[in-house]
Every structure is written in structure tokens, then in C-alpha cells.
Write a protein of this length. Structure first.
Length: 134
């Protein structure tokens, strides 16, 4: 777990850190970004699940739009975009395993206006990952 000052700092560190771990031969099993606002309300999301939710919904809704409008490419694009937005929002807001009680407890322990990146990694070099500077 790595904690950051600023609500968006963990989101910015997510991709470079994930790439560094994968390039080093580590297996990233799961990653979660936590954001704590000024009122200590916690929002949690998994960046990979958000992307998967967007792509799955875009494809599904796009195909339904194509089939329902006699093969119109315009309908494919419109319904694909609507599906991507809806799927991304649903994955961002609902796709996490933490309960409301756990989120409140995390919010009380982390500083206001901060964020954290939590990664579950299979690695032979845990000390090297823990010593990484952001």
C-alpha cells in the first residue's frame, strides 16, 4: 500500500508503478485506488475493472444498436458510446469488494484530501517494491 498527498496522486502513480512491477517480472494480482476527500469520504475503484466495464458495455450496446436499427453504423456508434459511459460509471462506483463500514474505517485512518494505491503482487522482491519511490 502506498499513500499519497492529494486526491488524484494515486491515480497518477498507478500506471507507471504497475508497468514497473510488470516489467520487473512481478505478477500483479489486483490493484485498487482509494481516494479520501476533505470530509473523509472514501471512494474506491479498480482501474482495470473500469476499463473492462466500459469496453464490455460499449461492445454489447453497440451490437444491440446495430441490430435494432437495420445495420446503421450511426446507431452502432451512438449506442456504443452510451454503453461505454454507463458501463464505466457502473464499474467505477460499484465494482469493489469493500463494505461501507470498511470504507468509513479507512477514511478515518487516512488523511483528508489524500489517496492510496493498494496492489496485491506476487513477487520474489517484496522489499524492492516496498522501497520504490514515487
Amino acid at each position: 500500500m502506498a499513500c499519497f498527498d492529494g486526491v488524484k496522486s494515486a491515480s497518477k502513480a498507478y500506471r507507471p508503478l504497475s508497468k514497473k512491477m510488470r516489467d520487473g517480472g512481478d505478477s500483479v494480482l489486483d490493484e485498487v485506488v482509494l481516494r479520501v476527500d476533505g470530509k473523509r469520504k472514501v471512494r474506491v475503484y479498480n482501474p482495470r475493472r473500469v476499463i473492462a466495464g466500459m469496453l464490455t458495455a460499449a461492445l454489447t450496446w453497440g451490437v444491440f444498436g446495430l441490430l435494432s436499427s437495420s445495420g446503421s453504423v450511426k446507431s452502432l456508434v451512438i449506442w456504443g458510446v452510451i454503453g461505454a459511459v454507463g458501463g464505466g460509471l457502473a464499474a467505477y462506483s460499484a465494482e469493489h469488494l469493500a463494505t461501507k463500514g470498511e470504507l468509513k474505517r479507512i477514511g478515518r485512518r487516512l488523511a483528508p484530501d489524500s489517496s492510496a494505491l493498494l496492489a496485491f503482487v506476487k513477487t520474489p522482491n517484496a522489499r524492492g517494491i516496498a522501497a520504490t519511490r514515487f
